[in-house]
Design a protein around this ligand. Structure first.
Ligand code: FAD
Length: 496
């Protein structure tokens, strides 16, 4: 700890985000960066605690996991930043995290939720330090391809190029195995590319990393859907091992009257087409669902819904609201959600900030259930009918939503986006090879082992644990790589 009184002397500070109205006219990232001097001062707030909960990533505080799931060596690099030893900070950061440029931008930062300073003060700005270290590394030319010195002669097929597949591929390649990564989309990155919008994560950031991985010897095969363009059996026959990292992208549907009206779409269709058209032609091809001039109703109050709000506002929608069936979270942690758990409290994310700037109000409406989608004579959606709910226990003791009489509302709508979470992975490739599934239809494989019911076939990321976070996908990709290496070589030196 460079400055033993830093946590007393210095207040938490983050760079201002770009002005909410100004950033709506482009698709560039919302967040700004801080000066080196300010970052150094912020790093001095880290107390280098005897027990650094921030890096623990343990689930003993169930249901919430506390600390960083990839066990980033946070106090070490905070100290190195304070001392101006950025290159060493980068080496320590890369030791546990293959892609700090992704987590440093879009991780919800469970590390900050369990920072010891957060017990009675504002936590250290850990996430901003992470992105600052890796961006300094790129700017200085320290992040370069580092191909393995020797090849083992073993081959691995990785299916899916999201953070789990990319982390598994990077680790397996570093161990000397020849990795071929199959992706059905035209671009590499999974939800990093087509899911999370540009204003949260610019796609050059993903492409920059993929380029380095290609230089390190990973063979990327796009436009290839396993189970359709190439069979699972063929991969199992031709490769020494197979890693399934196909994500969990089956969306939860809304079985109400009018669901099939024109103008009702899953959030992922809206977000994916938007990013693809933006990257292909800066939207000139028109191959996206436009919210311009429309009244937009987003059903789902989570992060995917927020991305739909931010995207709709950038299109120039007439209005946008976000409906959520759950109650509004509290302003501060509740007693049953103590430190070091992730604090479940009301957050105003970028999409809500932008809505407040443009519409004068947070777009979220809580405790609202959609009853019906109304359509006009042409089958085009024109309104969403809702009713208020309250959550109470049913006779079996389960909390369920009860409708509140007299709380019916009708919202005008030209575009309805369904963002109510995901049910699990698309099952075909699991079925093709007879990979056993768990009760939630994910590929069945124990955490830490990652091997499925089929010998030599491993599973990781959202395809194994259900829709989660990038940091967990990286953790699982690294863990699966370790398990594959052990399977192929009888021993492994790969870290998790
Ligand atoms: P994915 O990223 O889903 O990648 C799976 C890949 O497999 C896809 O590219 C898919 O095309 C490919 N694939 C599937 N089947 C096949 C096949 N048969 N053949 C070939 N390829 C196939 N997490 C955060 O931490 N922060 C955020 O801000 C955040 N925002 C999000 C916003 C949205 C809109 C969504 C939907 C999720 C968000 N998440 C966020 C969650 C995070 O993106 C995921 O948890 C993470 O990407 C999972 O990684 P993965 O590698 O397991 O799967």
């Amino acid at each position: 700890m460079g400055n033993p009184t830093g946590f007393i002397d210095v207040a938490r500070q983050l760079p201002e985000d770009r002005d909410a109205k100004e950033r709506l006219i482009d698709w560039q990232e919302v967040h700004e960066h801080m000066s080196e001097a300010d970052i150094k001062e912020q790093a001095s707030r880290c107390m280098d605690c005897g027990v650094p909960f921030c890096m623990s990533g343990k689930s003993q505080y169930a249901p919430a996991v506390a600390g960083c799931p990839v066990n980033n060596l946070i106090p070490e690099w905070n100290d190195l930043i304070y001392r101006g030893r950025w290159k060493e900070a980068l080496l320590r950061l890369h030791k546990t995290n293959n892609f700090p440029e992704f987590t440093g931008r879009v991780c919800p930062a469970p590390c900050e939720g369990s920072c010891v300073l957060g017990i009675n003060a504002d936590p250290v700005t850990i996430k901003h330090h992470e992105v600052s270290i890796i961006e300094r590394g790129f700017a200085e030319g320290w992040v370069v391809a580092n191909p393995p010195k020797q090849r083992t002669g073993q081959t691995v097929a990785v299916i899916g190029s999201g953070p789990a597949g990319l982390a598994a591929a990077a680790q397996l390649n570093s161990a000397g195995h020849l990795v071929t990564l199959y992706e059905r989309a035209d671009r590499i990155g999974g939800l990093l590319m087509y899911g999370i919008p540009n204003m949260k994560l610019q796609k050059e950031v993903v492409e920059r990393r993929v380029q380095i991985m290609a230089e390190e010897g990973i063979n990327f095969v796009t436009h290839t859907e396993v189970g359709k363009d190439i069979s699972m059996q063929r991969l199992a026959d031709e490769f020494d091992s197979v890693v399934i990292a196909t994500g969990a992208t089956v969306p939860r549907d809304l079985p109400v009257l009018g669901r099939n009206a024109k103008g009702v779409h899953f959030a992922m269709e809206f977000l994916t087409k938007n990013t693809k058209s933006l990257l292909d032609s800066k939207h000139e091809d028109g191959a996206y669902i436009s919210a311009k001039g429309k009244d937009v109703v987003v059903i789902g109050g989570g992060d995917t819904g927020t991305d739909c709000v931010g995207t709709s506002l950038r299109h120039g929608c007439n209005s946008v609201i976000q409906l959520e069936i759950m109650p509004q979270p509290p302003e501060t942690r509740l007693d049953n959600n103590p430190w070091p758990q992730w604090p479940k409290k009301l957050l105003v994310d970028y999409g809500q900030e932008e809505s407040i700037a443009v519409q004068g109000a947070d777009p979220r409406q809580y405790l609202v259930m959609t009853k019906k989608i109304e359509q006009d004579d042409n089958g085009q959606v024109n309104a969403v009918h809702t009713i208020g709910v309250e959550w109470k226990k049913n006779p079996e003791g389960q909390m369920i939503p009860y409708e509140v009489a007299g709380s019916e509302k009708v919202y005008p709508a030209d575009l309805v986006l369904l963002a109510m979470g995901f049910l699990g992975p698309e099952g075909k490739i699991l079925d093709d090879l007879g990979v056993e599934k768990d009760s939630r239809s994910n590929a069945k494989a124990d955490y830490g082992e990652f091997d499925t019911s089929v010998k030599g076939v491993f599973a990781c990321g959202d395809a194994r644990r259900g829709q989660s976070l990038i940091v967990w996908a990286i953790n699982e990709g690294r863990g699966a790589a370790q398990a594959v290496d052990q399977y192929l070589m009888g021993k492994t030196y790969l870290p998790k």
